[in-house]
Design a protein around this ligand. Sequence first.
Ligand code: MN
Length: 503
Amino acid sequence: MSYFKDSEVWFVTGAQLLYGGDAVVQVDGHSNEIVKGLNNSGKLPVKVVYKGTANSTQEVSAVFRAANNDEKCIGVITWMHTFSPAKMWIHGLKDYKKPLLHLHTQFNKEIPFSEIDMDFMNLNQSAHGDREFGHIVSRMRKNCKVVVGHWSDPNVQARIAVWMRVSAAWADSQELRIIRFGDQMNNVAVTDGDKVEAELTLGYHVDYFPIGDLVVYQDKVTDADIDELVAIYENEYTFADDCKKGSPYYNQVREAAREEIAIRQFLIDKKAKAFTTNFDALHGLNQLPGLASQRLMAEGYGFGAEGDWKTAALYRAFWVMGQGLLGGCSFLEDYTYHFDGEKSAILQAHMLEVCPLIAAKKPRIEVHPLGIGGKADPARLVFTSHPGDGVAATIVDMGNRFRMIVNKVEVLSQNKPMPKLPVASALWIPKPNLEIGAAAWILAGGTHHTAFSYDLTNEYLEDFADIAGIELVTIDENTTISGFKKELQYNDVYYLLNRALKS
Ligand code: MN
C-alpha cells in the first residue's frame, strides 16, 4: 500500500448555523468520530482527513479551493449531517476539479424507538439533508459516487476503498508521461487516437522518442550492470537449458538485460511512468525488448505494444488501483479461440509482453526466434496464469469521445500443457459467454489489446469513467446483444447532445 501513503482524502461535513452553535459543535464531534472510525477500520488504503464543517457559501468555496490546490488531496468525501441548504455548495462545486464521493450515512446506527424525540431527529437528519445536497450535484451535472449505508459497515468502507484506489490512479494519470519508442504500428486504427483530447480528458501526456535516443542509453550499460541484473533473473526465474550460462542463448538473455536497464533509466530520466514499443522500430537494438517490457510492467510501468499508448496508460491505472492487492494485472491481447460450446474461451497472450504478476507459477526464461521485426532471437518469460475472476478493459477513440469497454472474464486453470507455445498466456471465458461477450466487444469497437486485472471489478471502472467523464459500456452476465446495441445507440445520441450543449 506504500503508493497510497502520501495521499489524503478530505472529509467535509455540511451543516448550517440554523440550529445554533451547540448543534454544530456536536456535528463536529460526530464527524470526528466517523473519520476516526473509517481510518481505524483497516479497510481504507488512503488516510481520511477531517476538514471540519462547512456552514456557508464562503466556507464551502474555501475548502474546495484548498482541495484543488493541495497536492496530497486526491478527492473529497462530503456528508450532510444536518440540513445543509445546497445553494451554498454551488460556487464550491463549480470550481472543484477532483473526484467527489457523497457518503450518505448517519452518525447513529439504529433508531432508539423508545427514546426518540425531536432533538434526536434534528441531530440525525442526513436522510433529507443529503437529498438536498444530491439535488444540486445532479442539477450541476457533476459526476459523483454516492455510497449509502452506516459508516461502520464493512461494505460501505469497501466501496469507499474502491473509490480511493481509483482516485489515486486518477491523480497519477494527471501527471503521467507516456513515452513512445517508435510510432503506432502502421495502418492500425484502434490503438491510435487523439492525443490532444486524451490530455484534455484523461490528463496524461504522450511523447514520441526515436529509438536512437534509447540506443545511446543502451550503449552506456556496462557488463557489471548486466551481471547484476542477470543474477536477479537467476534468482527469480527458471532458466531454460539453452539459456543458462555457457549455453547458446545465454548471451541473448544478457542482451535483454541490457535493454531493460536502458529503458528503465530512460524512463526515470524523463520522469515517465509508461511506454510503448513497436517491433518495426528497433534500429540499433539487438532484439524486441520483451523481457524488459514484462519486468517493467510488473514494477508498475504502463506498457502498450505496437505504439498503443491508450492501453499503456490504462495498464498503469490498473496497476496503481491494485497496489497491495494480490491478484495481479497485465497487458494482454485476444489471440486464439477455443470453441467448446458454453466453455468456449480465448487464449490471451502477446508476441512476448505479458506481465509476470499474473503467473500461476515461477516463470521460465526462454529464447526463441521471432519472425517479425527482423532482429535477433528475443528473451521472454513464459508462464500460464492462475485461475480467477477479473476484468479486461480498453479505451477507444470514437471520434467525438472516448469510450471505455469493460468485460468481466473468468480465467481458467490451464491444466493442458502447451509445451510448444513460447509465450506467456491466460485462458479465459468472457462473460456472459464467448458468443455474446466477443460480439458485444466487437460491436462496441473494442481493441485487440486490453488491460487486465484479477483485483479490480466493474465498480472500479465505473468510478474511473465517471471521474474522467467518459463513456462506459460494461459486458457482464446480464448483457444481451439486443440490449447492448440499443445502449450503444442511446449513448451516441447522448454524447452528440452533450457535445452540442457544451459548445
Ligand atoms: Mn499486439
